[in-house]
Design a protein around this ligand. Structure first.
Ligand code: P1T
Length: 415
């Protein structure tokens, strides 16, 4: 029975009575398209998104409803209450699962809400390894939310398996991988870390936000769980905040579906619609992001005001070979240090006209930001502190020459 607090009886673990035995909330179905036999672009446009059964609408409707009429108590069409399940969210979850080669997809209100749900799989006194250059918000969540509740963690350079072995403890249960990392674009060999962790009975989670499933499929490389800030490339238009999780593991999926409903950090139907709409063009956008990023890297690499350029597509990047093996392209994110230091970096960030000074990434608009004072301010006093001379670029889809010209004039200004 649905109560004002929500459907306490509708544990996502228990299939609803739909009359025909099916469960439309089931995250294990990637849509009637089947899945594996179709290419990425086809899945992005169609997986989980059959024409609407009621009207034939080609685009999955925004089911802007909190509740659903029941024919009799417990007899309904698979939906009881929108915290538990909503058809627009189901479509997004199935689409994501298809793109990641997963059996289950779960949508959350933000990337950090998705991460929080995954970290909730752990018990107090469990130990995890996190990247020594993780996204600042991930570090804050681990160190300041989960840490005080008993989670033990060690930041480690995950590209160095000796360092991973040295940090390993008998109670290590999970390795949290980000690759490429934010903001230093370090690369972790997912296959090698997964092999190492699985031999010791630990789970591997990959934050695939920077790469997207178009460029990298962590589950195929052995990871157990993929998380996304869909706020970024998946949404792709700077107009929605969201998070996604994908996994093949039915036990993990069941626990996460329970948490999704029990904690309630779910996205609304309009946010799911916007994310689905973004995903349809992911492949073509990523190709252009990669191509323009390569041109930006070329400019930065030859500019006298620039000291170091961080981009896995460069032959001198320590993770270049692994990236070339595990990614389809090197992505649209580029970081660099300004030779004259922090003040000069701030001057560059202030001086661009086309590159908007803003947090976030992965959208059509090109963005520039200063990680030390912005996205990674929460780690400024931690072992993860970022070089104050570092700038991060999210290369957008504007005309490449316009972007190059604007960056050049901003760099030329500094001493
Ligand atoms: O912002 P949210 O949707 O909650 O996602 C958090 C998150 C998780 N993982 C990675 C790799 C991220 O980059 C982010 C969010 N990052 C930014 C807002 C940023 O500008 O770097």
């Amino acid at each position: 029975m649905t109560t004002p607090d929500g459907p306490e009886t509708s544990d996502p673990g228990d299939p609803p009575d739909t009359g025909d035995g099916s469960d439309p909330r089931d995250t294990s179905d990637t849509g009637s398209d089947g899945g594996a036999e179709f290419g990425f672009e086809t899945l992005a446009i169609h997986a989980g998104q059959d024409p609407d059964p009621t009207t034939g609408a080609v685009v999955t409707p925004i089911y802007q409803t909190s509740t659903y009429a029941q024919e009799a108590v417990g007899k309904h069409q698979g939906y009881e209450y929108s915290r538990t399940a909503n058809p627009t969210r189901t479509a997004l979850q199935q689409c994501l699962a298809a793109l990641e080669g997963a059996d289950h997809g779960l949508a959350f209100a933000s990337g950090l809400a998705a991460e929080h749900a995954v970290l909730h799989l752990l018990e107090p006194n469990d130990h995890i390894l996190i990247p020594h250059d993780a996204y600042g918000g991930t570090y804050r969540l681990v160190a300041r939310v989960q840490g005080p509740r008993g989670l033990e963690f060690t930041p480690v350079d995950l590209s160095d398996l000796d360092a991973v072995a040295a940090a390993w403890r008998p109670e290590t249960r999970l390795v949290w991988v980000e690759t490429p990392t934010n903001p230093l674009l370090s690369i972790v060999d997912i296959e090698a870390v997964a092999r190492f962790a699985h031999e010791r009975g630990a789970l591997v989670v990959v934050d695939n936000t920077f790469a997207t499933p178009y460029l990298q499929r962590p589950l195929a490389l052995g990871a157990d769980v993929v998380v996304h800030s869909s706020t970024k490339y998946l949404g792709g238009h700077s107009d929605v905040v969201g998070g996604l999780v994908a996994t093949k593991d039915p036990g993990v999926a069941e626990q996460l579906a329970f948490l999704q409903n029990a904690v309630g950090a779910v996205p609304g139907p309009f946010d799911c619609f916007l994310t689905l709409r973004g995903i349809k063009t992911l492949a073509v956008r990523m190709d252009r992001h990669c191509a323009t990023a390569a041109a930006v890297v070329e400019l930065l690499g030859n500019h006298p005001k620039v000291d170091r350029v961080f981009y896995p597509g460069r032959a001198d990047h320590p993770g270049h070979e692994v990236a070339a093996r595990q990614m389809r392209g090197f992505g649209g994110m580029v970081s660099f240090t300004v030779a004259a230091g922090e003040d000069a970096a701030l001057e560059v960030a202030r001086s661009t006209r086309l590159w908007t000074l803003a947090e976030s990434l992965g959208a059509v608009e090109s963005l520039i930001e200063h990680p030390h004072r912005m996205t990674h301010a929460s780690v400024a006093d931690s072992p993860l502190a970022v070089d104050p001379a570092l700038l991060r670029l999210s290369v957008g889809l504007e005309t490449a020459n316009d972007l190059l010209g604007d960056l050049r004039q901003a760099l030329d200004r500094v001493g």
